[in-house]
Design a protein around this ligand. Structure first.
Ligand SMILES: [Fe+2]
Ligand SMILES: [Fe+2]
Length: 169
């Protein structure tokens, strides 16, 4: 309904809308990570993804806390970019027939997701500050730091993983 799309007429509503989309993003990522963890060959990569799965569950709780405060209900809105990135990640994993290449694919797909999250959380953290929700801003900042750290960790693995993948087959 077009009518439905026009109800966002201030920053607070846009903020809540973005939080609802992020809740969907984190839920989709929580569902997708176990397969990536299982398929990762490098034990350090596996461990880093496992840690991030635990962090992601915590991130879902933070978003739920914010939604409960903001609206009294949790009504996620499907995050289409994350659905596309997760689907791309699944394709990349399915298409990689060598474990070193698969690790390179996991890192590539993972970093795309982290970069989306870094952009999205930076935005909602700023929105929260502007509308005076400083406690919520602090929660979102915590998540933002976790996303940045995960991206940096994946980046630190990428050189050796890509070099190994280059030597494969
Ligand atoms: Fe996340
Ligand atoms: Fe993440």
């Amino acid at each position: 309904m077009i009518f439905h799309l026009k109800h966002i007429d201030n920053l607070r509503k846009l903020y809540v809308d973005q939080i609802e989309h992020l809740h969907s993003a984190e839920t989709q990522i929580t569902a997708a990570l176990p397969a990536m963890i299982e398929k990762a060959d490098n034990p350090d990569l596996k461990r880093a993804l496992q840690t991030h799965l635990q962090e992601t569950r915590e991130q879902v709780s933070r978003l739920e806390q914010i939604l409960r405060e903001a609206t009294g209900k949790i009504e996620p809105k499907k995050n289409k970019p994350i659905a596309a990135l997760v689907s791309e990640a699944e394709d990349m994993l399915a298409d990689s027939s060598n474990e070193a290449v698969r690790d390179a694919a996991i890192i590539a797909a993972g970093q795309r997701i982290e970069h989306y999250e870094i952009a999205a959380y930076g935005t909602v953290r700023d929105f929260a500050e502007i509308i005076g929700e400083h406690t919520q801003a602090a929660l979102l900042e915590k998540t933002l730091e976790e996303e940045k750290n995960t991206d940096a960790t994946l980046n630190s693995f990428s050189n050796s993983a890509n070099t190994k993948a280059d030597r494969a087959a």
